[in-house]
Design a protein around this ligand. Structure first.
Ligand SMILES: Nc1ncnc2c1ncn2[C@@H]1O[C@H](COP(=O)(O)OP(=O)(O)OP(=O)(O)O)[C@@H](O)[C@H]1O
Length: 236
């Protein structure tokens, strides 16, 4: 089966400073894969390259067989990739409901598209706070909103950068539960997070990034069998 997303040999620079040195990995339909590694190793740069915010000097981003590298970002979004960015980027002066519908659309004619009702079913808290402004939400609620907003674009691949960073334990648990449900309905996911524990249960494959290179790839059983990998490259 052809992968949904095929990243090959990405080299990305900020000005003269090279950050990615040949990143390659694949995501198949319905898979959850992780990018893990310490701060500053190139995870966000990889996401920004996939989204077309950065143009790689070398390498390719193929999604459903179409070449996407170099953007523009609206083309990447329209193709079916949605990102929940680090920092969430909620529109502060819009209500929860307005935030959710601002970018909504069933662009790829999904048979069972995400609707406001379905997002509220996933996150009842958002319905309770429907009329509140984005700025008044807790961190956990903002992350739910960012995920809900991304789902309403009806993506085939959802990327979460720092999925649970800075959230309280209960809010974290809700996000993990949500990701489990999204995986169960067959959505492909790339998850970046330093909390590896819950990801061990959910992930089909992990990619460890160190200084712009993938230095280790394997499933959760393999990662459990090599605890030195997490110690050395993730610091846990
Ligand atoms: N806009 C930028 N201009 C120049 N260098 C940058 C820029 N953004 C990131 N970098 C550098 O690129 C490297 C990789 O950063 P990146 O944000 O991709 O890492 P990361 O693995 O996602 O870590 P973090 O969890 O801290 O975001 C770091 O050395 C960082 O300082």
């Amino acid at each position: 089966m052809k992968p949904l997303l095929q990243i090959s040999d990405l080299e990305t620079l900020y000005g003269a400073s090279q950050v990615l040195f040949g990143i390659s990995f694949q995501v198949h339909e319905g898979e959850l894969v992780t990018l893990i590694g310490r701060n500053g190793m190139g995870k966000t740069t990889t996401v920004r390259t996939i989204m077309g915010l950065l143009t790689p000097r070398k390498g390719s981003v193929l999604f459903k067989g179409d070449s996407l590298e170099g953007g523009p970002t609206y083309r990447v979004a329209r193709a079916g990739i949605a990102v929940v960015p680090e920092g969430r980027q909620i529109f502060p002066n819009l209500t929860v409901r307005e935030n959710l519908i601002a970018t909504a659309g069933n662009r790829n004619d999904a048979l069972e598209p995400w609707t406001l009702a379905r997002v509220y079913q996933l996150f009842p808290r958002l319905q309770e706070r429907e009329r509140n402004l984005g700025t008044t939400l807790s961190g956990g609620e903002q992350q739910m909103l960012a995920i809900g907003r991304a789902l309403l674009t009806n993506p085939q691949l959802l990327i979460l950068d720092e999925a649970t960073e800075g959230l309280a334990p209960l809010a974290r648990a809700e996000i993990w539960k949500c990701l489990e449900q999204l995986k169960a309905v067959g959505l492909a996911l790339i998850v970046i997070d330093k909390n590896i524990g819950p990801l061990m249960r959910l992930a089909d494959r992990h990619h460890v990034i160190e200084k712009g290179r993938i230095v280790w790839t394997g499933n959760s059983d393999q990662l459990r069998a090599e605890p030195q990998i997490l110690r050395e490259y993730v610091g846990v």
